[in-house]
Design a protein around this ligand. Structure first.
Ligand code: GS8
Length: 219
């Protein structure tokens, strides 16, 4: 019997998009279910009772939570399919997970504050965001992707932020490209991949969404 794969997701989510991209990189058919995060479905609450957050991948009735855990699961389950996402070497795998952890702390925290705050707090967040991106840029070096010649685990983690770059720049009134030109070149390369084009929303829609949320946060 064919696998049943359902993804509980929310369209502008930098986390949900990671699962979408991984599934498409692997060519896995899945059913996308949009969640209303202000009125979560009973299925989301049942499948992720701990965090009650998207994304949740439901594979043959069993949930997998936390976006990069989902990406790793997809890579392991559909390992016979094309495009390995994590390297096979244990040391390289550990390094990939190290950088994803860096992204989920040092990139996530300031990125979140850029659209949800203003004034001094926002200025500090912009500085920390650029500092984190510069560290990533030096890790990228002159490789096309963090995964070397292949789009991989770290690239997927970052694509959630790449798709928010324009919204971050507009909310924070700053520019990322002059500070991190090689990272930006890699971001553009990632955003052109078929798996990504088919997974990310129109950047204008994200900008609109970010400003709407800013108003709700009374910024
Ligand atoms: C974060 C998921 C998350 O924040 C991951 O999957 O990597 N560490 C997790 N999901 C948000 C939507 S995107 O901002 C969410 O589901 N929020 C609902 C809530 O907080 O109630």
């Amino acid at each position: 019997m064919a696998d049943e794969v359902i993804l509980l997701d929310f369209w502008p989510s930098p986390f949900g998009v990671r699962a979408r991209i991984a599934l498409r990189e692997k060519g896995v058919e899945f059913e996308y279910r949009e969640e209303n995060l202000r009125d979560k479905s009973p299925l989301l609450l049942q499948m992720n009772p701990v965090h009650k957050k998207i994304p949740v991948l439901i594979h043959n009735g069993k949930p997998v939570c936390e976006s990069m855990n989902v990406v790793q699961y997809i890579d392991e389950v559909w390992s016979d399919k094309k495009n390995p996402l994590l390297p096979s070497d244990p040391y390289q795998r550990a390094q990939a997970r190290f950088w994803v952890d860096f992204i989920d702390t040092k990139v996530y925290e300031p990125a979140d504050k850029i659209w949800s705050t203003k004034g001094e707090v926002q200025e500090k967040a912009k500085k920390e965001y650029i500092e984190a991106l510069k560290i990533l840029e030096s890790e990228l070096g002159n490789k096309p992707y963090f995964g070397g010649d292949n789009f991989g685990f770290i690239d997927i983690a970052m694509t959630g932020y790449y798709m928010w770059f324009e919204a971050s720049e507009k909310c924070g009134n700053f520019s990322i490209e002059p500070e991190c030109p090689t990272l930006m070149a890699s971001a553009k390369r990632c955003l052109q991949r078929d798996s990504v084009v088919n997974s990310v929303p129109d950047p204008e829609k994200i900008v609109e969404f970010a400003f709407k949320i800013r108003k709700i946060y009374c910024v």
